[in-house]
Structure formats: structure tokens, C-alpha cells
Design a protein around this ligand. Structure first.
Ligand code: 16G
Length: 246
């Protein structure tokens, strides 16, 4: 636990950053809390104004704090960092973060594939696929709206399952013997429309992240075409890139 700022080997601004980070991690300062002013930080930790400013500026650019003109500096809401390295589903992601996954089913039906779904699933337009629309929740808080179109022989049997209680990915893998092997995913920034903002509980025009995912099973067969809308204030996608070795 970092409690003080001393003349140790690490620069003081770095130490102060750790002190602040630690207070947030321990829950002493919660999202939305006003943190002490630069002047108060200088007095409390015996550091210069410039050092305090540098720490705060860096934590603001890292997204841990945000400034409000004339009001001060506040603790940001921590975003859910979803890795884009392994193919995982929502339930798995939330459990890994020790959050309670949830779903509200908006509709579950056999639906004639439109142009976009038919192209991605490599089927004819109008072919019936299982379409599931869900509001996804973490600890009862709405995070994303998902529409998954699923196609495999016998996919209508998914209608027998309550997808508020089951993980779709677990059902496909374990019950239907449709292993999910890889996925292509696109990500783009947008603004919440009227319907989405109501369900996600954000103002119309709030930033959102739209994703499109095509998930592949055996024999390179697309089984899922999913379009999702994530709340921009709660999600951060994370990926790692490796440079070609020449
Ligand atoms: C993720 C997937 C979605 C999939 C769902 C299954 C993205 C963009 N989307 O949210 O395609 O249908 O997980 O979740 O990541 P489940 O196994 O909890 O039902």
C-alpha cells in the first residue's frame, strides 16, 4: 500500500499517482468523488505544485480522473476492459471480472435473414435463422444491447431455452456441439439512438461502441452474426499487437 511521497528512487509525481490510484482501488475515493485540490495535495504530501499538477494531468489522460471547469477534479467511472485476444462471451467476461452477468431477453424467434445476416452467415436472404435480442447487464446495470443471428442445422431448438438464464456460447459449445472456434469483429464509434438510449439508460446522442461479430465453427462455417451496442462510458476494448519479425 502506498501511503506517502518520499525522496525515494521513483519520481515524486509517479509516487503521488500511485497514492491516488491506491485510494481509488481501496474504494476510499469512489467514481464521481471530488479529489483534493492541487494545493491540498501539495500541503498533504509536501510536494511542489508542479509535481501535483503533473500527476493529475497524467491520471486525467489515463482516464482515471476527469476535470470539470471551475469545479475541480473527479474520479472517473472505471470502464470494463474487454480483451480482444481470446474468443469469449459476455457471461464469461463478466465472471472473469467477478461481476454478475445478466440478460433481459427482448425477443427470441426464428427470423428470415436480411441482406446483412445472409451475407455474413453465407446463406440465402430470407432463410430462417434463430435471432436473439438481449439487453446485457453486469451487476444489474445495463451495458450492451446484442442481436445475435444463429444458423446451424437444428438451430430452432434454441427456442426451447431461456436465454436469460443460459449463456448462448455455453449452450452452443456444450449442448449443441457447435464449438466456437474463432471470430472476426469490427468496432466503430457512434451515438446512441432513441430506442438504444432508453434501454441502455443513457441520454440520446451519448457515445456508444458498435460491434459486428461473425463467429466461426468447424469447417470454417459461420454460425453467429452478432451486432452489439456498448455504452461508451462503461466499455474499453483492449487488444495486443505483435510486430512482424523481419
Ligand atoms: C458477447 C458477444 C456476442 C455473443 C455473446 C454471448 C461481443 C461483441 N459479442 O457479448 O456475440 O452472442 O457474448 O454471450 O463480444 P453469452 O454466452 O453470455 O450468452
Amino acid at each position: 500500500m502506498v501511503e506517502s511521497v518520499s525522496s525515494g528512487p521513483l519520481p515524486r509525481y509517479h509516487q503521488l499517482k500511485e497514492v491516488i490510484r491506491d485510494r481509488i482501488r481501496r474504494g476510499e475515493w469512489s467514481p464521481g468523488d471530488l479529489i483534493p485540490s492541487e494545493r491540498e495535495l501539495c500541503e498533504r504530501y509536501g510536494i511542489s505544485r508542479m509535481t501535483a499538477r503533473q500527476s493529475i494531468t497524467e491520471l486525467v489522460s489515463e482516464g482515471l480522473l476527469y476535470r470539470e471547469q471551475g469545479k475541480g477534479t473527479f474520479v472517473s467511472r472505471t470502464k470494463i476492459a474487454q480483451q480482444l485476444l481470446r474468443l469469449t462471451g459476455f457471461t464469461e467476461d463478466m465472471r472473469a471480472r467477478e461481476q454478475r452477468p445478466g440478460a433481459k431477453v427482448l425477443s427470441a424467434e426464428m427470423w428470415p435473414a436480411d441482406d446483412a445476416a445472409a451475407e455474413r452467415l453465407r446463406i440465402k436472404v430470407g432463410q430462417p435463422v434463430y435471432r436473439l435480442r438481449r439487453l446485457r447487464l453486469a451487476d444489474s446495470e445495463p451495458l450492451a444491447l446484442e442481436t445475435s443471428c444463429i444458423n446451424f442445422i437444428g438451430c430452432e431448438r434454441l427456442l426451447d431455452y431461456n436465454l436469460e438464464q443460459h449463456s448462448l456460447y455455453h449452450l452452443l459449445d456444450a449442448t449443441f456441439d457447435v464449438p466456437l472456434l474463432e471470430a472476426d469483429q469490427e468496432l466503430e464509434a457512434d451515438l446512441a439512438g432513441e430506442l438504444e438510449s432508453g434501454l441502455l439508460e443513457v441520454a440520446i446522442g451519448s457515445p456508444v461502441l458498435r460491434t459486428r461479430r461473425v463467429t466461426i465453427t468447424r469447417r470454417n462455417q459461420p454460425v453467429e452474426f452478432a451486432t452489439s451496442v456498448y455504452r461508451g462510458d462503461t466499455y474499453r476494448f483492449y487488444t495486443r499487437m505483435v510486430r512482424d519479425q523481419r
